[in-house]
Structure formats: structure tokens, C-alpha cells
Ligand binder design. Sequence first.
Ligand code: FAD
Length: 292
Amino acid sequence: MKINELFTEQKRTFSFEFFPPKDYLTAVKFGINAGQLMKLNPSFVSITYGAGGSSHKHTFDLVNFFQNDLGFNCMAHYTVLNTTREKIAYDMRTLQDMGIENVMLLRGDPPKGSSTFPHNTDGFNHASDLISFVRKNFDFSIGAAAYPEKHVESKSIDDDIDYLWQKVDAGADFLITQMFFDNQYYWEYLNKVVQKGITCRIIPGIIPITNYMQIKRFAEISGARITESIHKAMSQIQDQPLEMYRKGLEIAKIQSMELLENGASGIHVFTLNKSRAAIELFDHLPMDNKRL
Ligand code: FAD
């Protein structure tokens, strides 16, 4: 089902993001975790796309499996790095033939070791270029990325929101945010975005901090600020994995509850291919039949 159509049925969505496992053992672990998450009947699941198309085959295989064998409503992520018009068209047709109805269209990060994004000769230099092409030529529900604390390359939040508007204008149906740890950033961002005339759903992306050093690294790369109180609490229990898990989950529960109680349109969990925190978070949230 198209995610934008799902919105007419579900006031709030609960969704999971996975990445394609890299080897046999992680695939087995991933399968066990995904099996646990299936029971929760999420609104949709999304599968990331490796930088520069490095996970192309695995992403496509996995969305096919999730959609057609497991019966999840699935969304395939896709990025423009190293693509041509022909390749994008071919890949979108492949997804369509698999019965995939949802795509998350992104620019992707610059290649490793480079701080700038390489010029694309077919003109796909920003996510909005990709969104515009796919909107004109295919019939997908389209998601795009939003950054409550601005994208790391953006000069200012206002510039960032101008470019966000371009993505929506080009055809994005909904937005999913980068991780953030202080809801204030999300609410302030929402205010600005609405003033700009963007009215589509902006689903908060939440990452439970179950391994502080790992999440701290991700946060630094993506420009998400970890609050002083989280840093303090987590630094004190760095050598106690169980305590860290409990604290990280508690933080995610409080954050998600506050978002939902104040009208956020759902929760998108970056699962890191683990199920335990996602299940406990989901169980805690006041979703009617685990959905509203
Ligand atoms: P864009 O919207 O193109 O923005 C990139 C930068 O260019 C921003 O600074 C923006 O302000 C600027 N910009 C945009 N348009 C213009 C313009 N017309 N002129 C000048 N500047 C402009 N990455 C992956 O590789 N695979 C994934 O599966 C993946 N999934 C993600 C899921 C979510 C929910 C999020 C939030 C991010 C994800 N990413 C993924 C990361 C994403 O690819 C990076 O953040 C990337 O650096 C930017 O992608 P974008 O689609 O936001 O790009």
C-alpha cells in the first residue's frame, strides 16, 4: 500500500528502518530480529541503500523479500550517487515490477574521503532532482529526508528549509527526519516548515541509544546534538551495557511519548537491525491496536 494512502487510515504510523546485513552471520541475526518485529505489524518498514549503491542488490533483494514473502508494507531507499537517468529508470521499473509502492529518495552522502558531492552529468545533484524525475515517470509514494538540526552541509536552517520545500514541490509525499535527541528541535523546525507552506507529514526518526559510543559517532556525522543531560547520564554507565540499554530505552520512550502526545504523526525507529529496544519502545507507546 502506498504510504500516503496509509495516512488516511492511520493518524499515527509506527515504522522500522533496517539496513541490508553484510554477511552470513549478521543475516541470520537480522532474520531473527526481523521475525520478532513482524509480530508488531508495523505501518511500514524501510530498507536503506548503501552509499554509492554499494548495497544495491541486497537492498532490492531485501525489499522484495519483506514485501512479497513476509507481507510487510515496504519502502526502498535509493540514492543518486553514481547513477544515470537510464539506471534510475531501470531500477525504478525493477522495484515497480516487484510490487514495491514506496521509495525514499535521497541524494546520499559524498563518497568516503570526500567532503563534496561529485557532479552528476545527468543532472541528479540533489534529492529534489531524483524526486522530480521519479514523480514524472513512475507511480510511487515518495518519502524524503528532513533535518530538524539542518543538514551538515547547509549554511543555515532557513537555506535547509528552502531546499526541503524543493523536495516537496518536486513530489515528495512525506518526510522522515534525521535522528534528534531534543524534541524542541523538532517542534521549532515544524513551526518553520509550516510557515514555509510545507504541510505533508514529517515523521520523527528515533534511535534508541543502546550503545552510546556508536550512537555518539552517528550523531556527530549527521549533525545531531546529544543533550548535556544524555551525555552525562550515558558517560557514567559506559561500562555497564545492561544499564546503558535500560537508560537508552527509557530516554527513547520519554522522547517518543512526548512527541506523540503533542501531535507528532508517528515514530520511525532506526532499529540498527536489532529488535529488543524497538519492541519495548513499541509496547510502551499508546497506539490503538499498535496503530491509530
Ligand atoms: P539533499 O536534499 O539533496 O540535500 C543535500 C544537501 O544539499 C543539503 O545540505 C541541502 O540543503 C543541499 N541542497 C539541496 N538542494 C539544493 C539545491 N537545489 N541547491 C543547493 N544546495 C541544495 N543515505 C544513504 O546513503 N542511504 C540511505 O538509505 C539513507 N537513508 C536515510 C534515511 C533518513 C530518514 C535520513 C534522514 C537520511 C538518510 N540517508 C541515507 C542520509 C542522506 O543520504 C544524507 O543525509 C545526504 O547527505 C543528504 O541526502 P538528502 O536526500 O537529504 O539530500
